[in-house]
Design a protein around this ligand. Sequence first.
Ligand code: NAP
Length: 341
Amino acid sequence: MRKYNVAVVGVTGAVGEEILRVLEEVDFPVAKLVPLASANSVGKDVVFHTERVAVKELTESAFAENDVEIALFSAGGSISAKYAPYAVEAGAVVIDNTSHFRMDSDVPLVVPEVNPEDIDSWQTRGVIANPNCSTIQMVQALKPLDDKYTIQRVDVSTYQATSGAGKKAMEELVTQMREFFEFKLDESVHEAFAHQIALNVIPQIDKFMESDYTKEEEKMVYETQKILHRNIEVSATCVRVPVLRGHSENVTITFENPVDASEARDILRNSPNIVVVDEPAESNYPMPIVATEKNETFVGRIRRDIYRDNMLHLWVVADNLRVGAATNAVRIAEKWIERGE
Ligand SMILES: NC(=O)c1ccc[n+]([C@@H]2O[C@H](COP(=O)([O-])OP(=O)(O)OC[C@H]3O[C@@H](n4cnc5c(N)ncnc54)[C@H](OP(=O)(O)O)[C@@H]3O)[C@@H](O)[C@H]2O)c1
């Protein structure tokens, strides 16, 4: 099997570290690993398949100098904006985890279980975009149900972990928890979020837009429509909760047709990379601690609305660093190879 020179941009970050783990776990055909980060990380090593590899500084020439063929970016939108073109110029396909290219009409936005065929237009810009973490796990559950019952509208509330905002945000939660036990929480500073996150719930992720929705909420609307190729109605409320890892979502779906809960359960059970955990009598349902470090999306609390036979409620949980970022990016790379590059 052919092997590829793979760059991981942002390799020292929450997503970058997870990309390395997933590449190892799936035994991705890596000829040479090129770990890239900021100048601050030069001198650090990463371990890949038991080998120590030195982190290099991300520069304009890093891709050409290392003959990179696949570049997985997760170092922030402005970094992708500046450096992805150099990777493409060097002949690499860019798989981008940031929001920078997602809504560009000539860049495919891909969840491999949902719209793998969109990968085929990658050559237009040389970039394939990874959707937002909350969008990925939701559309994985929506797609098979849409195929059967035709979705009209989705109303979703999210309960998003701090790791969705990166390593520093996770550390902020841990620090504040420690401060609580030391009776110092009153003096606590918060930088990653608009408010203290420990012992709190914050109904704001990213900035507020003209629509009065947040940017994160708008992403869930427009990315879902782009991935499903349909302008279904979506309304999202995105909330940050004091969880380290794993996003949960309460999803209410209105269909054009009547829906049957046990049939919907079977459809989801037979869908790729979805695990149904739905035994409420045994208090068995998806939770972040169930989904952590897993590559599947967990769905439970599946029930038809009390009043409307065309409405279904679901509880969807996935590891945002894996399903919502690293695993999806690596699955895109695998599909890109499978579909003939
Ligand atoms: N966390 C999630 O669940 C998630 C999900 C999907 C997408 N994303 C997106 O992925 C990106 C990274 O997120 P994260 O959570 O991994 O953030 P993070 O933990 O803060 O890591 C940021 C990474 O970017 C690198 N970086 C920062 N400035 C750089 C520069 N000037 N040049 C080169 N590298 C630079 C950092 O390197 P140093 O260590 O050297 O500073 C680090 O490796 C963001 O755009 C985010 O929106 C995140």
